[in-house]
Write a protein that binds this ligand. Structure first.
Ligand code: MOS
Length: 698
């Protein structure tokens, strides 16, 4: 085998870039088999109760309207693996926005018009959508999301905290947040000889196939789910959503292919959201900054149909050494949409509070906040006692401080002014667990000297095809251009979702295994290949099941410079700089894009994103992108991502950690800490909007 250039790590341009910018890449709603009908979901307009009547006469009179599906006439489903999928099965309304009907028509316009003519009658129950820290319904669940124990205690927190000469006791609040991927949730479904085919906008089509097979009572072999290109998901497409179920129901009922696209204004209530949190953080430290007591107590909400507990106290179990530690979650089941995965669930919310409290501690001590974090950098994982496979936090903090120009910072608040702008800088740490799931993959060597990799990976906009080609080419010792990559269909070898920042590690490991087996086969072969070529497979069942003796996490450090308008309270983030320790970076170009993309999401969380729930109507008040504000280019001024080289042998054959979500983690705290430095105002509620800042500036 010839010696190949080092292929992983190279900034290879993503393969589907041209297809995307020229519009030839097709998304789930861009498949229109002959006879396709269009479905428009109808959301409940009450927050709790029952549907007593759906009068469809006027809707059916709209030209082009074919059918109106309700719980009365929709196909019956078997009990789903996720209660949010039991749509149109009974008259119960568990929350505002729950789909109660589906209008199916020959055009999207007719379907939408028909939906507007539907007369729905309800019997309303009292509802409760308001989370408070003393809500009577709060209980301690068994587990938080991710299977983490809801409660962990080490040492005697109360005693250690009481004895600490410096104490911080602060409560932080975040409202609900919405995923809002660019591409809304969409599915096109059709039945043919008992076989169901669905193009679905999903982060992992194997799980969608499983859900569909279950509710329709089919062998999974009779279901094909394709997710070829996906316009972002941010967690909201990580689990099966109602759109493929609705599309398949309507297709079965009408005998036509059916396309269902959730309109933007319906997304917030059907695709999951980051649950609001009220987080009390207490830190007890010595005068030199050494932590002796850490406590983080989370209060959050879930829906009445499903328990999902934002695991916000989990990162505190990893971050800083402290002999006494208490981390707890309590949750109340309210009449709200079911929360779910969103952009670093747990870490993003929890690290906002923990890293804000660390800044409060640094201020109380008169200590540099970088120094405080270095002082408490543990040798082993505090919660488990396990050694870290690698822990680059200190290196990230040091390199970040040097690159950002942190040294010589005047710690006094509101000391730097430029005209009406108050300037400040802030820092926060980041962490995200190394996750990996079982995957399989197939590698094929063709007689013409080219190669093909097949794995049901999903590209949610990150460049999965490209990095998998690099991994395969490296293992095969061939040029990356000679490797074709096929992903995005359940017809390909089974693979897990693009989520938990685990995609590349999970799929890449199986690709590496298959490609290595193929390389061995080729190395033992003399002469031309047989006409059908050679094929090898890889399955990481054993590798990924093995428990690691190491605590495996990525780390990072975020630095922010903010300017606060002393007249209007507007916050501008002039600079954001992140340094990451995330194992081996497999593609410098796509990795940088993911890091900076995450930082922009953190910026949104800090300054603009927030979703109040109307206590009277029980709905989210910001339903579209005109009211739910995500950052735009004009907000992202100077965003830099850097990384340190890590050589961690306890991960996977590529030596990589996840990079999708860590950019989000801690970013909001770094910005909040910079705002505090700029103004002297310690806000403990996100987002940092002008109305919240103004009272401190007058
Ligand atoms: Mo991401 S929230 O793990 O899909």
């Amino acid at each position: 085998m010839s010696h190949a250039p080092q292929l992983t790590g190279a900034p290879v341009v993503r393969r589907e870039a041209r297809d995307k910018v020229t519009g030839t890449a097709r998304y789930a709603a861009e498949h229109t088999p002959p006879g396709t009908l269009y479905a428009w979901p109808v959301p409940a307009t009450i927050a709790a109760g029952r549907v007593t009547a759906v009068r469809a006469v006027d809707a059916l009179a709209v030209p082009g309207v074919h059918t109106v599906l309700t719980h009365d006439n929709a196909p019956r489903l078997a009990e789903p693996d996720d209660p949010i999928l039991a749509v149109l099965q009974n008259d119960r309304v568990p929350h505002h926005g729950w789909p109660i009907a589906l209008v199916v028509a020959e055009s999207p316009e007719a379907a939408r018009t028909g939906a507007g003519r539907l007369l729905v009658e309800y019997e309303s129950d009292e509802h409760d959508v308001t989370l408070t820290e003393d809500h009577p319904g709060l209980y301690t669940p068994e587990e938080a999301n991710g299977g983490f124990p809801a409660v962990r205690r080490r040492g005697d927190f109360e005693r250690s905290f009481a004895a600490a000469p410096v104490q911080i006791d602060a409560t932080y609040r975040m409202s609900s947040l919405h995923n809002h991927p660019m591409e809304p949730h969409a599915a096109t479904a059709w039945w043919e000889d008992g076989h169901l085919t669905v193009h679905d906008s999903s982060q992992g089509s194997n799980a969608v196939r499983k859900s569909l097979a279950r509710v329709f009572g089919l062998d999974p072999g009779r279901v094909t789910v394709v997710s070829e290109h996906v316009g972002g998901g941010f967690g909201s497409k990580g689990t099966t959503r109602p759109q493929p179920v609705l599309a398949a129901m309507a297709a079965r009922h009408t005998g036509h292919p059916v396309k269902t696209v959730f309109p933007r204004a319906q997304l917030a209530e059907v695709v999951g959201h980051r649950a609001p949190t009220i987080q009390r953080v207490r830190l007890g430290a010595d005068l030199d900054g050494t932590l002796h007591a850490v406590s983080q107590e989370i209060v959050t909400h879930t829906s009445t149909i499903k328990e999902f507990v934002e695991q916000a106290a989990v990162p505190a179990r990893t971050m800083y050494g402290s002999p006494a530690s208490t981390t707890t979650h309590r949750v109340a089941a309210l009449d709200v949409p079911s929360p779910s995965w969103m952009r670093a669930p747990g870490e993003a919310s929890g690290m906002y509070a923990l890293e804000s409290a660390m800044d409060e501690l640094a201020c109380a001590l008169g200590m540099d906040p970088v120094e405080l974090r270095l002082r408490n950098d543990p040798a082993t994982e505090p919660d488990s006692g396990r050694p870290f496979s690698s822990r680059g936090l200190a290196a990230c903090l040091r390199e970040g401080a040097a690159r950002f120009g942190w040294q010589g910072r005047d710690p006094r608040p509101a000391a730097r002014q430029e005209g009406r702008w108050l300037l400040g800088t802030g820092v926060a740490s980041a962490t995200y667990p190394v996750l990996v799931s079982r995957s399989s993959a197939r590698a094929h060597a063709a007689a013409d000297g080219t190669f093909r990799i097949e794995v049901n990976a999903t590209d949610i906009g990150t460049g999965a095809r490209t990095v998998l080609a690099q991994i395969a080419a490296s293992a095969l010792g061939v040029d990356v251009e000679s490797v074709e990559v096929r992903i995005g269909s359940t017809d390909l070898p089974t693979a897990p979702l693009a989520g938990g920042s685990s995609g590349t590690a999970s799929w890449g490991w199986a690709v590496h295994k298959a490609a290595t087996a193929l390389a061995d086969r080729l190395a033992g072969h003399r002469g031309p290949l047989p006409a059908e070529g050679f094929t090898a497979t890889g399955d990481t069942e054993e590798e990924t099941a093995a428990d690691s003796p190491y605590a495996r996490h990525a780390f990072g450090a975020h630095f922010a410079e903010t300017a606060v308008d002393s007249v209007t309270g507007e916050v501008r983030v002039r600079r954001l700089l992140g340094v990451y320790a995330a194992g081996k970076i497999l593609n410098a170009r796509t990795a940088r894009s993911q890091f900076t993309g995450g930082m922009v999401m953190g910026l949104g969380m800090a300054l603009t994103e927030g979703a109040a729930i109307d206590p009277v109507f029980g709905d989210f008040t910001a339903k579209d992108l005109a009211s739910y504000h995500v950052p735009v280019n004009a907000d992202a001024l100077d965003i830099q991502a850097h990384w340190i080289e890590e050589d961690d042998r306890h991960l996977n054959p590529m030596g990589s950690k996840g990079i999708g979500e860590i950019g989000i983690v801690g970013t909001a705290a770094a910005i909040g800490n910079a705002v505090r430095h700029a103004t002297g105002a310690r806000l403990r509620e996100l987002p940092l909007t002008p109305d919240r800042l103004l009272p401190y500036l007058l």
